[in-house]
Write a protein that binds this ligand. Structure first.
Ligand code: SF4
Ligand code: SF4
Length: 428
């Protein structure tokens, strides 16, 4: 794609980066076929190619930008399916971040939208606040008809089940294996995940320690910053990233660490991108790059471990059928798709795959709260495809998808199935 930035514009590092990305797009349109929002609306402006065009206009001629541009950029899920499909290697991930940054600086959002974003960024990254909000929300549902539309939509998204709060991550903790440790890892316990489901971190720690891995969890690293980062709450995002990085730097400097483990793929994608996000930060750039290079999804880490040594004998007929839902942040953000399926099969599960595995379930961080109509349509489509696969349960690698889809069919984390097959409690 041709661009026409002036020399003065190109002095801005963000514009220079965007220029390089835009020039790679050849407008072939392959990406449109796998873009969930284009599949739902058929509107070119809801496709990656259309949004790339809109962003070029926005960045080249900000004075002529219209609210329509913001509307279509906001409808992008950030699922990154387009980056998996694109044959030209267009870095849509970082382009949309720049586009949204610029849009936010140019056009003030309506008051209710700004307040909702501020509230989400203040609450969800703090597990205990989020927990309290969910409790209050359950009471608030009674008054939903009296509330503004975006509040009603948020209340409708409250999870169907709310197990006890996760204690892992409530303070700095170390989990030692029974035998001498062969590896040492840092686990990112997560924020929303701790408030929503304690079983995921418990399963992760159980499997890792059985494998002889020492696990460290730092309380200060209570959130990766992804949620705030994606909704333009830059200060909140930076403060969460800084807290995590400073705590992890202490750990990395104290003893060798083999990996930083993320078991929520949305967080994993963010932490793997710290090096890029903080490249211009004189205090944090080095540690951010180091942390990104050490970060692994839990399935990525397990792939190099002797899992077969800790598997229980597989019952006659295996552990049963499970449909694997590939979270966008894992399959598109981190390009990990087959690995969790291979691990589940190795553990003894009959793994099925749904139709349209590349399409997002509509969760996408807090997209399901901010864009409820599109999110609900994608959720219904995904659930339909999961049901058709015919298995009694679903495995997924991200708490966002799990909360979005769990219901008639139980949806549990991949590590809970691995834990089950290695002597832990049943996944559902
Ligand atoms: S597939 Fe890639 S090169 Fe083709 S239109 Fe989409 S982003 Fe551009
Ligand atoms: S990130 Fe997802 S929703 Fe956004 S343009 Fe790419 S494929 Fe479409």
């Amino acid at each position: 794609m041709q661009t026409h930035f002036s020399d003065a514009q190109l002095l801005d590092p963000q514009i220079r980066e965007a220029d390089g990305i835009l020039r790679k797009c050849v407008h072939c349109g392959f990406c449109t076929a796998t873009c969930p929002t284009f599949v739902m609306t058929g509107d070119e402006r809801d496709s990656p190619r259309g949004r790339i065009w809109l962003m070029r206009e926005l960045l080249e001629s900000p004075e002529s930008v219209s609210a329509d541009t913001g509307y279509h950029l906001d409808r992008c899920l950030g699922c990154l399916a387009c980056t998996t499909t694109c044959p030209s290697g267009v870095d849509y991930h970082h382009l949309i971040e720049i586009g949204r940054d610029r849009m936010d600086a140019l056009v003030k959002r309506p008051f209710a939208d700004r307040m909702m974003r501020r509230l989400l960024a203040m609450v969800i990254p703090h597990a205990s606040r989020f927990r309290m909000m969910m409790r209050l929300g359950r009471i608030g549902r009674l008054f939903a008809p009296l509330m503004p539309g975006n509040m009603r939509a948020a209340l409708a998204k409250l999870p169907t089940r709310l197990p006890a709060m996760d204690r892992i991550g409530s303070k700095t903790m170390e989990f030692a294996p029974r035998s001498p440790a062969t590896k040492r890892v840092i686990l990112l316990a997560g924020c929303a995940q701790r408030a929503l489901d304690p079983a995921i971190n418990a399963s992760t720690v159980r499997v890792l320690t059985k494998l002889g891995v020492e696990v460290v969890v730092r309380q200060e690293a209570h959130c990766c910053g992804a949620l705030a980062h994606h909704i333009g709450e830059t200060d909140a995002a930076h403060s969460a990233m800084r807290a995590a990085l400073l705590a992890w730097r202490e750990e990395l400097d104290a003893k060798p660490v083999d990996a930083i483990i993320a078991n929520a793929s949305g967080c994993g994608t963010m932490v793997k991108d710290y090096g890029h996000a903080l490249a211009g930060d004189p205090e944090l750039a080095d540690i951010a790059a180091r942390v990104s290079s050490l970060t692994m999804d839990i399935t990525e880490f397990l792939a190099d471990m002797p899992l077969q040594n800790i598997l229980e004998p597989i019952p006659d007929g295996g552990w049963g059928a499970v449909t694997y839902h590939s979270a966008c942040s894992l399959q598109h953000g981190q390009k990990i798709h087959d690995l969790p399926i291979t691990l589940l099969r190795e553990a003894g599960f009959d793994v099925r795959q749904p139709l349209e595995p590349h399409l997002c379930c509509g969760s996408a961080g807090v997209y399901n709260i901010l864009q409820p109509q599109m999110a609900d349509g994608l959720k219904a489509r995904k659930l339909d495809n999961l049901r058709r696969a015919g298995a009694p349960a679903v495995a997924a690698g991200n708490i966002g998808c799990i909360t979005q889809l769990d219901g008639d069919i139980p949806v549990r984390h991949t590590i809970q199935y691995i834990d089950w097959a290695t002597g832990g409690p049943p996944a559902y």
